[in-house]
Design a protein around this ligand. Structure first.
Ligand code: C2E
Ligand code: CA
Ligand code: CA
Length: 692
């Protein structure tokens, strides 16, 4: 059994108490003993001196008998404590001086002589010495006196020693007994306390998963144990609740982390996580002075898939793209979805790579581009898509996360312009292009108001080379950027949502110019306005246009709207409804750039179209290959069968004009006849033929 510090202390205190009690009892009894001893010695001395004085009487009556006195006093030898005795005659002259031989060494003569004691009769204690002074004879007849001096101390010491020898063992025995009893009593209490202490200690070390404390007695310690058990149960309950809350919190945290860091659709890391990983990867590579590449890609026709096949198919396409690309990159590389159809691949540099990072990036980009061109099977659909991939390097972006992403985005945009479904490497020159785009986008609205934008009209002629109408085309003389091609700014306006404002501007101008054109040429003259796919998606634009046509009903029959085949088919029902309304308003509708988008001709029967404009590229290529001649011929005969007129765009040579005329083309437009020119130039170039 382990004896605790506490019990050692208690036992120590108990033993000390017992010891102190024993010592004080001993001292008290010793004192008492001494008093009694002195008293007893005094009585004895008194009796002794009485006896001796009586015995000495005869030797002092007539004359002093010294020898007898000496003999008598020899008795005193037997009384150890006697130091000396003196006998005086009736004149108080000392007649005999006795010294106990046993004391002679202790008490030298001089000391004895010095011990002059006062003489009064009786026995008393003087300076620790017992002094007895007795008259010899009686008061009526005194013959002398006897003085006996005793030293009780030495005999007292001896006697006290004897006393102690008897008492101390007893005291030791009693002290041991009391100590033992105290010890065993304490042990019984402390054992339980120890049990509680070691239990509490165990809780401290092993937590609150212990069996409960069992102390059967219902004494204070038993109650304490019960309280501890109850307390532990309460803690247990709390612990359980807290643990549950912690688990919930952890789960919530993980969910939040997942939501915060992963894309719910594809399960890929999202923009936020990409940023965090990219930042640390860039810092690492910068320290090693190594380069790192990212690929930025999106799907070229994702919007089209979404619009035609529905969002469900669109979502599944994104998911499958994620899956497919995940298998095309190495372990350690990172594929993340930025949002929409935009993805990022972070290519982690590997020192063991055979190819340098720049080539790894291109090889990977090519692999991704090739694989994404392969058909995707979604529900019952075979969906084909392609990716444009921009590649950017960390060093070029000075290891800056934002700049690196922007560079890759710019490169992707470049890849898109190439229209090859491949990749482009970022070059610093591309930045200038992006800045130019920003500048153009930001000055569109100003350009509309300040007339930097204006219209050019390109004549459209019939087989007799007579002007039947014009196509209105936008021109922009920018104060700092100079002439900007519509091919450039139309696309930017579409992307930045400013195209409808532009189209409305064109329409307003055409309507106001129509009055002049009709007067100068003839009343049936037509003016074609190009509509963007964005215009056709804007209900506001469509409503405003129809309202405008009602307001200018007199000009409506002279208006023609050019819609590209892709804009028509991307949003077929809505566009068709608008086309019907345009027809109801008295306008004509033509299908622009025919042949560039959908390769199937079968849908033509479904479109409510007056005129089909064959794309310039076919007319251009007619001389080069027989194939394009055949296509143009087929288109013309098909259109004739469908009672649509046909217009050839981009006629630049007489031969083209002649041939197209021969195969039945109705209208012609091209540099051969006239470039697009401002209204003023047009009026100056062509003499007035109109009657009004
Ligand atoms: P588009 O609608 O196909 O317009 C015909 C384009 O062909 C015009 O280019 C015109 O100048 C050009 N062109 C005409 N004849 C010839 C020729 O013989 N040879 C060659 N090489 N080109 C010829 P432009 O004016 O540069 O316009 C380009 C495109 O910009 C237009 O193609 C049209 O898609 C768009 N665009 C121009 N103005 C507008 C507009 O007001 N609204 C909309 N939505 N788009 C417009
Ligand atoms: Ca056009
Ligand atoms: Ca065209």
């Amino acid at each position: 059994m382990r004896v605790s510090q506490f019990s050692v202390r208690i036992i120590g205190i108990t033993l000390l108490a017992v010891f102190l009690t024993a010592v004080s009892v001993n001292t008290l009894s010793l004192n008492e003993y001494r008093n009694l001893y002195v008293q007893k010695s005094m009585q004895n001395l008194d009796a002794l001196s009485e006896n001796l004085s009586e015995s000495l009487l005869p030797f002092l009556v007539s004359e002093v008998d010294i020898p007898s006195i000496a003999t008598t006093l020899l008795q005193l030898d037997r009384h150890d404590s006697t130091v000396f005795a003196q006998v005086f005659d009736k004149n108080d002259q000392q007649v005999f001086f006795y010294v106990n031989p046993a004391k002679q060494t202790e008490w030298s003569d001089t000391t004895l002589q010095d011990t002059q004691l006062k003489k009064g009769f009786g026995t008393e204690l003087v300076n620790k010495l017992l002094v007895s002074n007795k008259m010899i004879g009686d008061e009526s007849y005194a013959v002398g006196s006897l003085l006996i001096v005793q030293d009780p101390e030495s005999s007292l010491k001896q006697s006290a020693n004897t006393f102690l020898k008897k008492v101390i063992p007893l005291l030791v025995f009693i002290a041991s007994l009391v100590g033992f009893l105290a010890f065993s009593m304490q042990q019984r209490v402390l054992q339980k306390l120890n049990l509680v202490t070691s239990f509490v200690r165990k809780i401290k070390h092993s937590g609150n998963k212990l069996e409960r404390l069992t102390i059967e007695n219902k004494d204070e310690i038993g109650l304490l144990a019960e309280q501890i058990n109850e307390y532990l149960d309460t803690i247990n309950n709390y612990e359980f609740k807290i643990q549950k809350q912690l688990n919930d919190l952890e789960e919530n945290k993980q969910n939040l982390e997942k939501i915060a860091n992963y894309d719910s659709l594809t399960g890929l890391p999202n923009r936020q996580m990409l940023h965090a990983i990219l930042r640390s990867a860039l810092a690492r590579e910068q320290r090693r002075n190594a380069d790192l590449a990212i690929l930025y890609f999106d799907l070229d026709n994702f919007k089209h898939v979404n619009d035609t096949l529905g969002h469900d198919v669109g979502d599944q396409l994104l998911f499958q793209v994620g899956e497919r690309v995940s298998h095309l990159i190495r372990e350690g590389d990172l594929l993340a979805r930025l949002g929409g159809d935009e993805f990022i691949v972070l290519l982690i540099n590997n020192e063991q790579d055979y190819y340098p990072p720049s080539e790894v990036a291109m090889i990977t980009a090519q692999r991704i581009a090739d694989n994404l061109k392969k058909i995707f099977y979604i529900n019952k659909w075979e969906v084909s898509t392609a990716a444009s991939i921009g590649i950017a390097y960390a060093k070029q972006a000075n290891f800056d996360t934002e700049l690196l992403l922007r560079n890759a985005d710019i490169a992707m945009y470049q890849a898109k312009l190439q229209r090859t479904g491949g990749f482009a490497l970022f070059e610093h020159a591309m930045h200038a292009r992006v800045q130019r785009r920003h500048e153009i986008a930001n000055s569109i609205l100003r350009a509309i108001q300040t007339k930097e934008l204006y219209l050019a009209y390109q004549p459209k002629l019939n087989q007799q080379a007579e002007i039947t109408g014009f196509e209105a085309l936008l021109r922009w003389e920018h104060p700092t950027l100079g002439t900007i091609s519509p091919v450039e700014f139309i696309e930017i306006a579409e992307k930045t949502g400013k195209i409808t404002a532009m189209t409305s501007f064109v329409l307003d101008n055409v309507i106001s110019d129509l009055f002049i054109l009709k007067a100068h040429f003839h009343s049936q003259v037509s003016v074609a306005v190009n509509l963007s796919a964005m215009d056709l998606k804007s209900d506001t634009f469509k409503q405003q246009t129809l309202a405008l046509l009602v307001r200018h009903a007199n000009h409506a029959p002279n208006l023609e709207f050019e819609i590209t085949e892709s804009a028509y088919l991307d949003n077929f029902d809505a566009v068709n409804e608008f086309v019907i309304n345009l027809h109801l308003a008295g306008c004509k509708v033509s299908l622009d750039d025919f042949g560039t988008g959908y390769s199937s001709l079968s849908y033509l029967t479904k479109l409510d179209i007056d005129l089909l404009k064959i794309d310039r590229s076919f007319i251009n290529n007619m001389e080069n290959g027989k194939a394009d001649k055949n296509i143009v011929e087929t288109i013309i005969s098909l259109a004739n069968n469908l009672t649509m007129s046909v217009c050839a765009e981009g006629v630049e040579q007489l031969a083209q004009f002649d041939y197209l005329k021969k195969i039945g083309c109705d209208y012609f437009q091209g540099y051969y006849f006239c470039r697009p020119v401002p209204l003023k130039t047009l009026l100056e170039t062509y003499p007035k033929t109109g009657t009004s």
